[in-house]
Write a protein that binds this ligand. Sequence first.
Ligand SMILES: C[S@@+](CC[C@H](N)C(=O)[O-])C[C@H]1O[C@@H](n2cnc3c(N)ncnc32)[C@H](O)[C@@H]1O
Ligand code: SF4
Length: 374
Amino acid sequence: MTGVVRHLYVHLPFCAHRCGYCDFVTVVGREGWHGPYVDALLVELELEGDVLAEGVETAFLGGGTPTFTDCGELRRLLVALPAAAEVTVEANPETVTPALARMLRKAGVTRVSLGAQSFQPKLLRVLERRASPDAVRSAFYHLRDASFDNISLDLLHGIPGQSTAALEADIDEALALAPEHISYYELEAKPRTRFAYAHGAELERQAEAMEGYFDLVVERLNAAGYRWYETANFSRFEADGRDLRAQHNLAYWLGRDYLGLGIGAVSTLGDERRRNTSRLNAYVSSLVRGEAPPRELEELDERTRAQERLMLGLRLDTGLPLSEATCAVDTAALGRVERLGLATLRADGDGLTTLVLTPRGRRLGGAVTVELLA
Ligand SMILES: C[S@@+](CC[C@H](N)C(=O)[O-])C[C@H]1O[C@@H](n2cnc3c(N)ncnc32)[C@H](O)[C@@H]1O
Ligand code: SF4
């Protein structure tokens, strides 16, 4: 490894079944393919790995359901990856046994992101989730028993039929587990999913009633000692100053380059973005021949990179140096947005000016960013 890229993403697409709301690149069935797929990932790492720096900072195994991958194959992959300070694996609760938790820890995983989504049986059924609330809690304790001291919970708000009381109950359940990190996403009806057909209209009807839900999430998590550091992400404040933000995702939001391996995986390398084929057969068969998989290439010019830097940087509570996105900012709009109390410019010494959204601006999120784009 001789390159400069310090962040590695690996996509593990296999799932036991397809949840109705999900439009990620996933593969159901094809259990016989776990081994060949891991072989292909390792060939791709061999082909592309020279862009990686000696000191890789973060690796993230996302899915799909990485922990549904055959345990021996997952272990073989983990031990072959370059060592990194933060190694995160996404896990579905029903797949986390004490043995799996121990294997992950032994194979160098430092952080687990557990897909809880909700603790209400009725809402879990709407989402077509397999794990019961008890399974979520058990998985969490198995991970703690295996000495994981950095666990994140994924939760959803805006689920059809979710009352304010049910949202409060989910927040209570999550806080009772005291995870180091919480991702709280608004459920989206992704086009062409089963969920969009079955619940899309209902979701639109209830949108107004659920408008205050995320404010409630922010209020409750802040009060419980979690920092709202990114649009949908919260990290616990630690007395010892340990930074519990998701370092891998933080690298994306800070506009750093990363290498992505696997089907559907995206890489951003300097002025080029690559997107691998999402077809399992085409991916594996190319790599069996020792060839790079089919992929789309996109050239990133300076303006596109500045726009992306602005859109991602404004998601963070730390904002971004204005100089990194100057050509993407509409200065007249910036004046308007500042006067409305939605964004501020802060002088941070060394002549550096930081552009940051105010809490009110962050609640409006994307709408303020769109306004600011030149
Ligand atoms: C693609 S999943 C992979 C992790 C794991 N398989 C799981 O289901 O928990 C990553 C996260 O994306 C979020 N997600 C997936 N589909 C979503 C949707 N339609 N709207 C909002 N969040 C979604 C869920 O919170 C999920 O935990
Ligand atoms: S388990 Fe996760 S990745 Fe798989 S279909 Fe369900 S939401 Fe999507």
